[in-house]
Each structure stands twice: as structure tokens, then as C-alpha cells.
Design a protein around this ligand. Structure first.
Ligand code: CA
Length: 236
């Protein structure tokens, strides 16, 4: 499961508490061949997103249990690159800049025409497809690397990694099953940085492991080979 468009129908999540607007949007998108899930509030939206990430999000700003922009910011902070279109109410023009600053990809202010909405959604999905095509996916299907955004998803969930952790994981993922020495990892990830030692590698492997275990407690992807180094093992 990945946060990328499936080869079939695109799936979007609409978070909108105005039932009339939601009906119009759902109807327009479905008629255009896009599958829509609809949530009236953020809590429900988050649950749907966790169950299966969508190809794009259409977020209202003012919602009964919070602000759509806050969720957008959280998703970005967690490393998600899902396309986000913000739908804002009349008189919320100031949200435009804010929305884009918080990581939204596009913005549409109400009232909007259903045609305009479909066109903007299609544009977002096209961009996401292009982006997904550039991201190599591991054969095991557990991890997907977004090289452009320097992010890794595990089981479709974004990992919150530091730059070094990302580079380290990527280095291991590109050579599944192979034992990589600390010297090799130091050279590949830290380069000529003279501050770094074998201990640096061990420390980063430890934090990386903890982050992987937080999402998949029963799986141990990184194996330690005493006196030799580390390997990353993908399930068959
Ligand atoms: Ca609203």
C-alpha cells in the first residue's frame, strides 16, 4: 500500500462539513471517474486516511473539530507528499498564502464551479502520477522511496526521518540482503565528514530501527552482523 495513485480509479478524500457543497463536489468528481470518500470532520478523515491513504486530499478550512490547514501542516511535517487542494470559504482570502505556506498544493475559494474543481483535482492527480513514476519502489512492496522529496514510506506510511537517517535507509534499501560495513555506510552517507566515526553509524542505525519498529513492531528489517556491519532484509 502506497501513498501514490493506483493504476485504476484515482481516490480522493474530501473533508467538508457543508453537506450541500460536499454533495456537489462528490457528484462532479464521481461523474468524472474519480472515487471520492467524504468526511464531515477531521477525526473521521484522519481515520480514513490511516486506513488507506488517498491519492489527493480536498480540505475545507473551517471544520467542526479543527482547521483543515492544521492537518495539512501535520501531514507535511510527517513527510507526506500527498497532493492537497484547500477549499476555503468566502472572506477567507488570507488563508490562500497561509495554505500554500503550510504545504497545500492548490487553493480554491468558495463558491467555485464544479468544473473548476474537477480540473484542479485532475491537475493535482496528474502531478502526483508524474511524481510517483519517478519514485522507485522496492520489490518487497514494504518500502517506497521518494528520491525527489527525500522521503521513505513504509507500508504506505511516511517515516519521519532526519536527512542522515533517510540516506542511511536508502543506502540499505538499494542493496537488500547485503551486509554493508560501517566504513561503507560512513563513506556513502557521511562522505568526507571527519567528525563521524563507526559510532555515528551505530547511533543512526539505532534511531532508524526505533522509527521502523514504531510503525511495524513485529518486523526487524535491519540485522546486525557482529564485526561486519548491517544488512536490510525484506520479507519474501
Ligand atoms: Ca466549513
Amino acid at each position: 500500500m502506497q501513498e501514490t495513485p493506483s493504476p485504476g480509479r484515482a481516490r480522493v478524500l474530501l473533508v467538508e462539513d457543508d453537506p450541500a457543497i460536499a454533495r456537489t463536489v462528490c457528484y462532479a468528481l464521481e461523474r468524472d471517474g474519480i472515487a471520492v470518500q467524504h468526511s464531515l470532520q477531521l477525526a473521521d478523515a484522519r481515520a480514513q486516511w490511516r486506513a488507506q491513504p488517498h491519492d489527493a486530499l480536498l480540505l475545507d478550512v473551517g471544520l467542526p473539530d479543527g482547521n483543515g490547514l492544521d492537518w495539512c501542516r501535520e501531514l507535511r511535517a510527517a513527510g507526506s507528499a500527498v497532493p492537497v487542494l484547500v477549499l476555503s470559504a468566502r472572506g477567507e482570502e488570507m488563508d490562500r498564502v497561509l495554505g500554500l505556506e503550510l504545504g497545500a498544493d492548490d487553493y480554491l475559494s468558495k463558491p467555485f464551479s464544479p468544473r473548476e474543481l474537477v480540473a484542479r483535482t485532475r491537475a493535482l492527480l496528474r502531478r502526483a502520477r508524474h511524481f510517483a513514476a519517478a519514485a522507485p519502489t522496492q520489490p518487497g512492496g514494504v518500502f517506497s522511496i521518494d528520491a525527489q522529496g527525500q522521503r521513505v514510506h513504509m507500508h504506505g506510511l511516511p517515516l519521519d526521518l532526519t536527512r542522515r537517517e533517510y540516506q542511511l535507509l536508502r543506502c540499505l534499501l538499494e542493496r537488500p540482503g547485503r551486509i554493508l560495513s560501517r566504513e561503507f555506510l560512513l563513506d556513502s552517507v557521511w562522505g568526507q565528514d571527519s567528525e563521524s566515526t563507526d559510532r555515528t553509524v551505530d547511533t543512526h542505525v539505532k534511531t532508524l530501527r526505533a522509527k521502523l519498529r514504531a510503525l511495524a513492531p513485529r518486523q526487524d528489517f535491519i540485522a546486525t552482523h557482529r564485526g561486519m556491519g548491517y544488512s536490510l532484509n525484506l520479507p519474501d
